[in-house]
Design a protein around this ligand. Sequence first.
Ligand code: AMP
Ligand code: ZN
Length: 120
Amino acid sequence: MSTSDPHCLFCKIIEGKIPSDKVYEDEEVLVFKDIHPWAPVHFLMVPKQHMASMAQVGPEHAALLGKMLLLAPRLAREQGCNPYPEGGFRILINTGAEGGQEVQHLHIHVMGGPRPWLRG
Ligand code: AMP
Ligand code: ZN
């Protein structure tokens, strides 16, 4: 169904070639725990279709990105983030080298849980 890049780490996770600690999956989206968490809760949301970053998105991706953003609060609560406003969570999308992006497959970081955090 979707495009995949054979050299991409997250495409390999999506295809099950590299294991991940899965949080959620549907036909379009995979969510798994970050291997080096910054916070008590830290997971990554990725589109199953390979796209390098937010620099490549267009109007055709609006529904997918909207769906992922709407999913984030629900999964944050399910994964242990405390309720707003005392709790909450952080949503982060690093984009490009100067944006701090290390893996070139678009991913949404969701972080939360009691402070202090390792980073951020
Ligand atoms: P970024 O710097 O925004 O590109 O974030 C990449 C994230 O992917 C980092 O937070 C890494 O800890 C995480 N990461 C790298 N390899 C894996 C992996 N095999 N499973 C889960 N998370 C990973
Ligand atoms: Zn990919």
